[in-house]
Design a protein around this ligand. Structure first.
Ligand code: SF4
Length: 479
């Protein structure tokens, strides 16, 4: 069936993430409720605020006309309006319809499309597709303009044409199809997708092999060619019999993939080898940062610790309200490290994943403090920092589809640590922090801060519970 559905450049984000998602966006499935998450709403609000800032700036030096329709946009262009805000464009030949934030009249009389984007560079493909589509709709030979979140201005030109062609052809095929495309499960995308509950039964019916952690669209087609098409088949396969395929080479990796399928199907935990955690006095450490800081730099507003005796009152932290105090928050963090170092000679500072170490490196660079004695110790050969995710990846196979802190800790058959606020998470924390920044009422502000601190405290309590669980598991014989 040919539907004559228009392609919208704003579909680029979904299209680049998952073709089934963009099909659902255009043909919403029965009963689907695509509720926008608080985090996505935050991104939308931040984007609109950025657009307002750009509009204000342009209005200071130009006459800006707001377009009300496609016909009105055309009329304003014919009249030679300097800048057209919220322009509406259509290209019937390509079945394209779109709304660039601005059309800017060039000296030659041609119009350049322009968008305000929160991004810090124009490398994102969705930006290239959108600006490229607007250029196509305008028939413009001039590059599109991007007003970045950093305050800089950049341009998208002919280099985006191949990607735009791919988008239009791909979208045309999708929109002409009566059925959603068959796609593979991708944990990072599906777990946050509003259509997950609609897709889940199909994945389960097909016993989709990419439900197995470590098997994805890069290696699954090659496993299929080798006759391994389902999770159960992978679980039943002798790892020695699996050929080397991209991203799944060598016996150890293949054995892990087979055990991963078995673990997911049976709930069993597999210990690959005996292991021990470092001895010493452990302090648990976790940071919270704001990626939407207007300066373009990440602001770590909270450096949190859990020290002995690991009760809820053993939580300590360094907090700063704004980027203006960023350096003092970092220095306070270093002072806390010095204090622990004085108190405990055999210090182990445990964190989960590489994020904390990356953050310390970024701050050392930001404040030119790589030679500071505490920074040198933290990042040197005898570092007390210890990534608790490493012994898991190295020694265990768990019945999980992802190995994030919450995946491992919340699982009732594993660590079974539950956060006080079930809704909380890293995106939740950012949303609460932005609310904190905007809140004028001091009582509500304090409540928001208390909630964020409670979340960070639970994160470090969780890594402590994880440490205890790993120690118990380390004592068990391997299977
Ligand atoms: S749940 Fe996954 S497969 Fe389904 S639409 Fe969303 S991202 Fe695509």
């Amino acid at each position: 069936m040919i539907r004559n559905q228009f392609i919208k450049p704003s579909d680029a984000r979904s299209w680049l993430s998952c073709v089934k998602r963009v099909w659902f966006d255009n043909f919403p499935p029965d009963g689907s409720v695509t509720k926008i998450s608080e985090f996505d709403q935050l991104i939308i609000d931040q984007g609109l605020a950025h657009e307002e800032v750009v509009l204000d700036q342009l209005s200071k030096s130009h006459t800006v006309h707001r377009a009300l329709s496609i016909a009105h946009t055309r009329q304003l262009m014919e009249e030679g309006a300097e800048i057209i805000y919220q322009a509406r464009l259509e290209n019937l030949e390509e079945s394209l319809i779109g709304s660039p934030d601005f059309l800017v009249r060039h000296g030659t009389g041609e119009y350049q499309p322009a968008d305000a984007k929160l991004a810090r560079s124009d490398e994102k493909k969705e930006i290239q597709v959108q600006l490229g589509c607007y250029r196509l709709m305008l028939g413009s030979t001039l590059p599109g303009i991007v007003f970045l979140g950093t305050g800089e201005q950049t341009e998208i030109g002919d280099e985006a044409i191949p990607l735009v062609d791919q988008f239009i052809t791909g979208m045309r095929n999708l929109l002409d199809s009566d059925d959603p495309p068959v796609v593979r499960y991708t944990h990072s995308k599906c777990k946050i997708c509003p259509y997950y509950l609609i897709c889940k039964p199909d994945f389960e019916t097909r016993d989709e092999i990419t439900l197995v952690y470590g098997v994805d669209s890069r290696n699954a087609p090659h496993l299929n060619e080798a006759g391994i098409t389902t999770m159960q088949q992978l679980a039943d396969t002798d790892a020695e019999a699996i050929p080397d395929v991209p991203y799944l080479k060598g016996f150890e990796k293949k054995k892990k993939a087979v055990l991963q399928a078995q673990s997911w199907l049976t709930g069993e935990v597999y210990k690959l080898k005996d292991f021990e955690l470092p001895s010493g006095t452990w302090i648990h450490f976790d940071v919270e940062d704001n990626p939407f800081e207007i300066s373009g730099q990440k602001h770590v507003y909270l450096w949190g610790f859990l020290k002995p005796d690991y009760g809820v009152d053993a939580f300590e932290y360094s907090w700063t309200d704004t980027m203006a105090d960023d350096k003092s928050g970092w220095e306070q963090f270093l002072k806390l490290i010095d204090k622990y170092r004085d108190e405990y000679q055999d210090l182990v500072i445990a964190h989960y994943s590489a994020h904390e170490v990356t953050t310390i490196k970024q701050y050392a660079k930001r404040y030119d403090m790589s030679s500071h004695h505490t920074v040198e110790w933290l990042l040197g050969d005898t570092t007390p920092l210890y990534d608790l995710q490493k012994p898991i990846f190295d020694n265990l196979v768990l019945p999980l589809q992802g190995y994030g802190l919450k995946d491992v800790c919340k699982h009732k058959g594993l660590v079974n640590f539950q956060w006080e606020d079930e809704e909380s998470g890293s995106q939740w924390s950012i949303v609460q922090f932005i609310r904190f920044l905007k809140e004028k009422d001091s009582v509500k502000r304090e409540k928001l801060k208390k909630d964020i601190l409670g979340y960070n405290r639970d994160d470090v309590l969780a890594t402590h519970s994880l440490e205890e669980w790993l120690r118990r598991l380390g004592d068990f014989p391997q299977n």
